[in-house]
Design a protein around this ligand. Structure first.
Ligand code: ADP
Length: 564
């Protein structure tokens, strides 16, 4: 128990006493000393029992003890018991006046009533004055008592004692004031702490309610992987996963897979996810990720979760755990799969008749001498539109397949660029757009020539399509650090920053393009992105409305052919 705790405990015990007991407790020290004096008197100071003054003192003190025990002090207010220490000073004064031979100065006993008065609720000024005046008055009879010492010596002695008691009283009041200050500071701190505690409890309740209301699973783990928090959605998910034998345990010795039970799998819904690829493990490695799909349970009844993780940092930026979010997207994934199924089936069914239409139109146009000019023009229009339709159907088919397959080999990009500009020539001429290229030949890259041609055709046809008459389109290329950088630059209509951020999203078309009724399906750039990323490369777009756009492709380069 610390000193402060001990003081508090003692104070608490004292306050718990009934008023009489409290007064008796204050009076007890003096009573014990006086009792000791009178018991020892027959042997040590026989005069103590002879003189009238001493006997009066004993009688007065006895009456005081009885009063302490019997008077209902609580009825007379908190200051009433102070009459006892004041009367004690009188008792001590009477013993002093008796001037008993060999008795050590009994005046020092005044310190006990003075301490009592000073510790009471009396105001500082009153308690200090009372301590001084009470001691002084109690000592006065001693000045006039018979004895050998001259009166002025006695007076000096009588004055010294009140001064000492004045000092004691001052010290007591000072200590008491300090204690009060400390107590009030502690009380206000305690109030603040209580308010903070109540506030944090409220916040915790609010947070828990929010966490348990949302339809996503939330898990927080510390740096060792111990759970700090699991919301109710997640608990239900884990309970159902446990029933089907799935565990994303974070225990370091957990088995990767368990025989005979379904486990978390990757996109193919068969290959079990290695421990290091499980969401909680990834987050524990400090990874920050989003939209990471994991599967469990057998298709089609299995479930799909989109997961995300963020590390938790402490004040110095050190890793202290992670928060992982699980969002069930089974319905969404199934709907998307169904939609893509429909799109790819329909597109596939369209292709055969369209190819037949185009083939037959080609045959008719190959034998065009017998045809009248208006009929020829109509057949050419029909052929152009059939080809556009076939291109659209091919795009739809390609974008419906989630993975674009590429077969890279050593390819001269310069010749692909040349071919792409060549096939766009007619389109550019009719749109009055100038085409140019600044590509060193040969420019070797490790790419799939068919797919990259498709990507270049998309970018060049967009650049022409979204440029006004008199515009220009330029393709430039350079090689750096094992990567080829291809840029398709136009000075056409450009886009806002918001449009540029969504330009690679499927079916996105900028509002300006929609309003301008420029034809298109919003698939070309998403396919181009998939092709470039299929090569391990990247594509980006910088643009400004009215100032044109630049599409930059990074593709893996390949050095010159080995010398013969
Ligand atoms: P489409 O051209 O068939 O609409 P894309 O996927 O090729 O589809 O392009 C998506 C959208 O991006 C276009 O509709 C257009 O709004 C914008 N866009 C693409 N290329 C350019 C460009 N060179 N200049 C301005 N806007 C472009």
């Amino acid at each position: 128990m610390t000193e402060q705790q001990w003081v508090r405990h003692a104070d608490g015990c004292f306050r718990a006493l009934v008023p009489q007991a409290r007064v008796v407790a204050c009076q007890l020290p003096l009573t014990l000393i006086i009792a000791g004096l009178y018991i020892a008197a027959p042997v040590a100071w026989p005069g103590l029992l002879d003189g009238g003054l001493c006997l009066s003192a004993l009688a007065l003190h006895t009456m005081l003890i009885l009063a302490c025990l019997t008077v209902p002090w609580q009825r007379f207010g908190p200051l009433a018991p102070l009459i006892v220490p004041v009367a004690d000073l009188l008792v001590i004064g009477l013993i002093c006046a008796a001037n008993i031979e060999n008795l050590p100065d009994p005046g020092v006993l005044s310190v006990l009533p003075v301490v009592w008065i000073s510790a009471s609720r009396l105001s500082s000024r009153a308690s200090i004055s009372l301590s001084f005046a009470g001691t002084l008055l109690a000592g006065l009879p001693y000045v006039f008592a018979p004895g050998p010492a001259p009166a002025q010596v006695r007076l000096a002695g009588v004055l010294l004692l009140p001064l000492m008691m004045l000092a004691v009283s001052l010290a007591m009041r000072f200590a008491r004031a300090q204690l009060r200050n400390q107590q009030s500071r502690m009380a206000s701190k305690e109030t603040e702490l209580q308010a903070l505690l109540a506030d944090s409890r409220d916040r915790e309740r609010l947070l828990n309610t929010i966490l348990d209301t949302v339809d996503v699973g939330i898990v927080a783990v510390d740096a060792e992987g111990h759970r700090l928090l699991t919301n109710s959605w997640q608990s239900q998910l884990e309970a159902s996963a446990a029933r089907s034998g799935v565990a994303d345990t974070v225990a370091p010795d957990a088995p990767d897979t368990t025989e005979d039970v379904p486990v978390l799998t990757g996109q193919d819904r068969q290959t079990p996810l290695p421990q290091g690829r499980r969401p909680i493990r990834r987050a524990l490695k400090g990874e920050s990720f989003a939209d990471y799909l994991v599967y469990f349970g057998e298709a089609p009844a299995g479930r799909v979760l989109s997961t995300g993780g963020r590390p938790l940092k402490n004040d110095d930026g050190g890793f202290r755990g992670a928060v992982i979010v699980f969002n069930e997207v089974t319905g969404l994934v199934e709907a998307l799969a169904a939609k893509e199924d429909v799109v790819s089936t329909v597109s596939h069914e369209f292709r055969t008749p369209l190819t037949s239409i185009i083939g037959n139109l080609d045959l008719v146009l190959g034998d065009a001498e017998d045809l009248a000019a208006p009929a020829l023009r109509r057949i050419e229009v029909a052929q152009r539109n059939a080809e556009r339709l076939l291109a659209l159907v091919s795009d739809l088919l390609l974008s419906a397949n989630s993975a674009v397959h590429v077969f890279p080999r050593r390819t001269d990009l310069a010749s692909l660029v040349e071919a792409s500009l060549g096939s766009a020539h007619a389109h550019a001429e009719s749109s009055k757009v100038a085409l140019s290229m600044d590509v060193p030949a040969p420019l070797w890259a490790h790419v799939d020539p068919l797919r990259i041609s498709q990507a270049l055709d998309n970018l060049v046809s967009n650049a022409i399509k979204y440029s006004p008459d008199g515009g220009s389109v330029r393709i430039s290329a350079s090689t750096e650090n094992g990567w080829v950088r291809l840029q398709v630059v136009d000075d056409g209509m450009g886009m806002t920053a918001a449009d540029a951020g969504r330009v690679f999203t499927r079916f996105f078309r900028s509002p300006a393009v929609r309003e301008g009724s420029i034809p298109g399906a919003g698939l070309g750039l998403s396919i181009t992105k998939a092709i470039v990323e299929g090569h391990g490369g990247s594509i980006s777009c910088t643009t400004l409305p009215g100032c044109g756009s630049t599409f930059t492709l990074e593709l893996p380069a390949e050095g010159p052919p080995p010398a013969f």
